[in-house]
Design a protein around this ligand. Sequence first.
Ligand code: GMT
Length: 388
Amino acid sequence: MVLPIERINMKIGIVCYPTYGGSGVVATELGKALSMRGHQVHFISYKQPARLDFFTGNIFFHEVYVSHYPLFDFPPYETALTSRLVDVVKFEKLDVLHVHYAIPHASAAVMAKHILATEGIQIPIVTTLHGTDITLVGKDKSFEPVVSYSLNQSNGVTAVSASLKQDTYDHFKVTRDIAIIPNFIDFDRFSKQAKEHFKMAVSPNGEKIIIHTSNFRKVKRVEDVVRVFGKIREQMDAKLLLVGDGPERQNIEQLCRDLKLCDGISFLGKQDAVEEVLSIGDLFLMPSETESFGLAALEAMACEVPVVSSNAGGIPELNIDGKTGFMCNVGDVDAMAEKALYILSDDQRLKMFKHNARQRAHDFHIDKIVPQYENMYEEVIAKMLASV
Ligand code: GMT
C-alpha cells in the first residue's frame, strides 16, 4: 500500500465492538490498514478486538474499564466509554475519532466532544453505521432521540450501503448528509488457497461444498440454509459447512437431525482462518432477513465462491444476480435451492460464476475503500480547524 505523498499522517481513534461481528471486523481491519498507511491508530473498546492480531509501533489499544457497583443494576458502560474517550483524545492528542455503531459509541463520542470543547479541545467525530444499529436496534423507538441527535452532532456520517443510508433517513430524524463507504476486502488474506487435503477430508467423493458463515442470530435465517441444503441433496450429493456460532446453533442442530441431514453437515464453530474454509467452497448461502452490506458474502466472493442470497438490504449492491450468484426473496428456499443447483450442476458454469465473484470482489478492494475514509477524516478535520 502506498500513501500519497500529499497525505498528512493523522492520529485516529477507533471505537468499536471487539467481537467477531461485522462492524468490529471492519473497524479493526480499517485501523490495521490505516496504520500500514502511516497513521497512528488508537483502538478504544472494552476488550482487545478479535481481529487485532498484531501490533506495530503505531497501533495502540486503550481498554475501557467499567466498575461494577452494587448500587447499579446495569454497569454504566457509556459513561465509562465517554470518560475514556476524553482521556485518550486529550493525552494522545488525537486528530479525529471514528466510531463504529451508533449506540452507544456515537452518543458517547458526542458527549466526549462536548466535554472536550469546554476545555478548548476540538475533536471531530466520524460515525459509521453498520446495519443492526439502524435496522434492528434503531427500530426500537426508545433509542430514536439519542441516535438522531448523535448522528446530527457527528462531523461526518458514513453508511456501508445506499440501502442502509435510506433506512437511516426512514427511521431517524437525520438532517445531515450520509456518505456511502462500503465494506472492503483485503486480498492478501482473502484469496483462494490450495487446500486440497482439507477438501479431500470434507468431500472425499468430490461432492460440491456449500458454506455458510454467520453469528447464528435469527436475522441470518440459518434454518433456511439447512432447508436449501436439504433440497440440493435431493438432487445431488453435497456437503454443508456451517462456520460460526450463536444463539440459534442448538435449534439448527436439531433441525439437521429432524431433516436427517447430519451426515452431510459439519458445524465448524468460530474460525479465525475463515479464508481457509472458503478456499474449498463451491457456493456460499446468505439467506438473511436483513443485511446492510453482507461482509461474509464479500469474503466468500474474494475466495472465488459464488453467492446465493436473499435480496434484502444492501445485498443487491454486492451480489450481481445471474453473474456472481443469484438473489431470491427472503424465505424462498425453493428458489434458492433451484438457483444453487443451476450453478452447481454444470462445472463450466460454476467456473464462470467463481471467476465473476472474484472479479466483483475487486470493486471493494481495500486500497479503493480505505482512502475514502482518509478523505472523510481530512475533510472533517479541515472543517473543524476552519471553524475555530
Ligand atoms: O451481521 C451481523 O450480525 C453483525 C453486524 C454488526 O453489526 O456488526 O454486521 C453488520 O455490519 C457489517 C459490516 O458493515 C455488514 O457487512 C453486515 O451486513 C451487517 N449486518 C446486518 O446488517 C445484519
